[in-house]
Design a protein around this ligand. Structure first.
Ligand SMILES: Cc1ncc(COP(=O)(O)O)c(C=O)c1O
Length: 439
């Protein structure tokens, strides 16, 4: 067979012109107004640009591609897992068929997750895994003859994704989905948990949570929160004591608990799952992002036998959800390799080393004009300003310093890959300080 002709590479100018004309970017207008940086390749913790930007051809990645690429790029173990699986089959439908990569991954996740989360629904993105979690909880109560229990409780300041039900439990005020507040299902919102990972839980706040359960338990299917770190809603840290309190309130008032660990799962906060800081097992757990080491899109919704059996007892005993690419063999094979790779190394030591580097490197930023607070937890470092970030100016300053950052709202932050060495962590913190000075 004749070889198909290879398309000639696009010159950077041509690529950008076509991008502007045809390609919708995240949270952007069409046609685009900002100029994205074309990336040619990525390896280790470095992104290689198609041409230099502000004097830099290679950037240290401070973002892990939205917190997913924990092992860095072009990793030989993940490459081998993908290549090997590609030689067998890249995809096969999951209805009526099954395969080893999905089964192995589900078993591994059930073994590693907080005890009792035995059942695994494989979804195609974090947002979809949250949709599935909500559907599981509502259906659990419907099957129990309590269809009126169909609202969700959450605390303000959260972020759970961009599809419909996840949007309804995102921060309703400052968040990016405020536009839809009149159209989304109306959920029950507590105030944001008081800040500070180390802080003692506040008795007044706990009483206000209890009052919400007291008032709404009869209509609540579940509480859903990000444990310990609220990510895209504002990069805030709170005491694990609030997660423990939620578990107790859920048990007392007959409400399910969903923990969204899409951002915090797989070591980011210093524990393999943030629920471990609180010693809590949720009824439903959402995982995504770092699950495949950032290689492919995949998420998982885990639940306990109580939830699964509750659904099975209903008039409709099945969970009516089945994405076309459910359990994708390539994604599950790479996810299995990624989670095994994580567990085979001293990831906790790596996260502690990064935490030390972030704390030392960001401490001087606390004295800069316009900086409200500097905080770190695990491999997360945040410089919060007292004003909205000038994203273009901050990005330019970071790129000049050889680092890729993507600030938002009043935040300049980093969540680097766990393989980031000390010198590169120092480079990231220097770039964050430089960005804070001009933002
Ligand atoms: C806590 C949390 N939940 C859900 C999501 C949505 O995941 P995805 O972007 O894969 O749909 C995100 C993404 O940032 C997240 O941080």
């Amino acid at each position: 067979m004749p070889e198909p002709a290879r398309a000639a590479p696009l010159a950077p100018d041509e690529l950008l012109a076509l991008d502007r004309q045809h390609v919708w970017h995240p949270y952007g207008p069409m046609p685009g107004t900002a100029e994205p940086l074309p990336v040619e390749s990525a390896s280790g913790v470095r992104l290689r640009l198609a041409e230099p930007a502000y004097g830099q051809r290679e950037l240290v990645d401070g973002m892990s591609s939205w917190w997913s690429a924990i092992h860095g790029y072009n990793h030989p173990v993940l490459n081998a897992a993908a290549t090997e699986q590609l030689g067998r089959m890249s995809h096969v439908m999951f209805g009526g068929l099954t395969h080893e990569p999905a089964v192995r991954l589900a078993k591994l996740l059930a073994d590693l997750a907080p005890g009792g989360l035995e059942h695994v629904f494989l979804a195609d993105s974090g947002s979809v895994s949250v949709e599935v979690a909500v559907k599981m909880c509502l259906q659990y109560w419907r099957s129990a003859g309590r269809p009126e229990k169909r609202r969700m409780l959450t605390w303000r300041g959260g972020y759970h994704g961009d599809t419909w039900h996840p949007m309804s439990v995102c921060d309703p005020d400052g968040g990016m989905h405020q536009l839809w507040s009149g159209a989304l299902p109306r959920q029950v919102f507590a105030e944001p948990p008081p800040p500070g990972f180390e802080a003692e839980p506040d008795a007044g706040y706990l009483a206000s949570l209890r009052a919400l359960f007291e008032r709404h338990a009869g209509e609540l299917a579940a509480a859903i929160v990000e444990p310990v770190v609220q990510g895209a809603g504002g990069m805030r840290f709170h005491s694990p004591g609030y997660v423990r309190a939620l578990r107790e309130l859920c048990d007392e008032y007959g409400v399910l608990l969903v923990l969204d660990e899409i951002a915090t799962g797989f070591g980011r906060t210093g524990a393999l799952f943030a629920a471990e800081h609180a010693g809590v097992t949720p009824d439903v757990l959402c995982l995504g992002k770092a699950l495949t080491g950032g290689y492919l899109t995949l998420a998982a919704t885990l639940c306990t036998p109580r939830v699964a059996q509750g659904i099975a007892r209903g008039e409709v005993p099945v969970l009516a959800h089945g994405p076309t690419f459910m359990g994708n063999p390539l994604a599950t094979a790479v996810a299995y390799a990624s989670v095994e790779l994580l567990c085979a190394q001293d990831w906790a030591g790596a996260v502690r080393r990064i935490e030390r580097g972030l704390r030392n490197g960001l401490a001087p930023a606390a004295g800069l004009p316009g900086v409200r607070e500097v905080r770190t937890l695990g491999a997360i470092g945040v410089v919060q300003l007292d004003h909205e970030v000038d994203v273009a100016a901050a990005t330019r300053a970071a790129v000049r310093a050889g680092v890729w950052l993507r600030p938002f709202r009043d935040m300049i932050y980093t969540m680097p890959p766990y393989v980031t060495g000390e010198a590169d962590v120092a480079r990231i913190t220097a770039a964050m300080r430089a960005a804070a000075e001009v933002a």
